[in-house]
Design a protein around this ligand. Structure first.
Ligand code: CTP
Length: 398
């Protein structure tokens, strides 16, 4: 982390409060200024001394502590991030209602920083329509809700309701502090392919295409900023593989097929943005093919490659969402028709189609994409730089 952040950690009264100790510790380890605000109920679960020692600041509990400094306003106004962990069902209800009957409630109303919330409660409480409505209200206000996860709960029961692990929450807070986007992909695994494959002809030549990989990289960056775990399967690109992805280099269509088939089932969303060769030489010459002396044309025997998108989309029992791309020289309604036909034929869920020409679509920084869904008349047209287009595509998938 380069910039020091001012972070308020609000701890409320749940058994998961012990995990907040690790969160505080990680922020301090990374050099940030941390103020802990604990509710009275939180102090039933974790001790004031531990929190003060780990945060290296006095902890605040009451609205009337240090009134001379108008502490509730000052802490909220100066915070880059206010993280509430764990957030009980009651805390979520208070936040949604804008209640300010304790110090944390006041800080949450006074802050201009990003608010990140890690709910923790029993499954029934999480699933209750009141809690779900409160979470929806908070999300709509730009609050990042991280988790909860599924696992063992406090009693003998297990289910959804476990607070996320401290490392995930800390990463989500850093992403929130440095990104204007919402963290709506935390806990999601996204597999993105990009770049153009190359099919060898002989040791010095290949059949390739003009794909730059820019739209795939923009998708990976957007997904990372929104909290997703990203796997990136790439062939050849003009741009660097983004930091923070699990990268796999697959130079040829056959290698990309193998890697995508293996990784696809482990991901919630797959976006097939790579330009995969449709044909490869039947034989790859081990020696450089020499120019013919008489100037006669050379014939190259080509065979079709397997279709990666169709293969993963038609894998038996698949449950993930698969998005294909279609680069076409057609435009307007002809482009839409080709996209729908491609979506139906390959049996992916969505196709993002764009018009390409010598000057449009490929290698440029901007893009104009039409999204079509299989089996619905739904359509969405997006234009802009490739990062904005990536975010709009993710908005639609979310
Ligand atoms: N695709 C693939 N494997 C291939 C060829 C294409 O997975 N061997 C994927 C691309 O990554 C893209 C989608 O299929 O997501 C559409 O690619 P495109 O080249 O537009 O379509 P094709 O199926 O190759 O059909 P055509 O070239 O005839 O338009």
């Amino acid at each position: 982390m380069t910039r020091q952040l001012r972070i308020v950690v609000g701890i409320t009264g749940g058994i998961a409060a012990y995990k907040a100790l690790s969160v505080v510790r990680a922020f301090v380890r990374d050099g940030h200024d941390v103020n802990v605000v604990a509710t009275d109920a939180a102090l039933e679960f974790v001790g004031r001394a531990s929190l003060e020692a780990l945060s290296r600041n006095p902890i605040s509990t009451g609205l009337y502590d240090d009134v001379a400094n108008v502490r509730h306003v000052q802490l909220g106004q100066t915070a880059d991030v206010v993280v509430v962990a764990p957030a009980t069902a009651n805390t979520l209800a208070n936040m949604a209602g804008g209640h300010a009957h304790d110090l944390l409630g006041n800080i949450l109303l006074a802050t201009r920083g990003r608010v990140v919330v890690a709910p923790a409660m029993h499954t029934e409480m999480w699933n209750h329509p009141a809690t779900q409505a409160n979470v929806a209200t908070l999300r709509a206000r730009g609050v990042s809700i991280v988790g909860p996860e599924t696992g063992n709960l406090t009693g003998d029961d297990s289910g959804v309701g476990r607070m996320v692990e401290p490392d995930s929450l800390v990463a989500a807070c850093y992403a929130a502090a440095h990104s204007p986007q919402r963290l709506d992909l935390v806990g999601k695994r996204i597999l993105i392919s990009g770049g153009g494959t190359r099919e060898q002809i002989d040791p010095v030549r290949f059949l390739g295409n003009r794909s730059s990989g820019r739209q795939a990289v923009a998708l990976a960056e957007a997904a990372l900023a929104r909290g997703a775990k990203v796997s990136f399967v790439h062939a050849f690109m003009d741009v660097a593989v983004p930091a923070g992805v699990d990268a796999h280099h697959t130079p040829t269509a056959a290698e990309m097929l193998e890697t995508m088939v293996q990784l696809s089932p482990q991901h919630d969303i797959v976006v097939m943005a790579a330009a995969v060769a449709d044909y490869r030489p039947v034989d790859i010459s081990d020696e450089k093919i020499k120019k013919s002396a008489d100037g006669a044309p050379v014939k190259l025997g080509l065979e079709q490659t397997a279709d990666v998108l169709a293969t993963i989309s038609q894998s038996p029992g698949r449950t993930n969402l698969i998005v294909g791309f279609a680069a076409e020289t057609a435009s307007g309604s002809a482009l839409e028709e080709l996209a729908r036909e491609k979506c139906e034929r390959k049996r992916c869920d969505v196709v993002a189609a764009n018009t390409v020409s010598w000057t449009e679509g490929i290698a440029s920084h901007d893009n104009a994409v039409t999204l079509v869904w299989r089996n619905t008349p739904k359509i969405e047209r997006i234009t802009g730089d490739k990062l904005s287009v990536a975010h709009r595509i993710l908005d639609m998938l979310v």
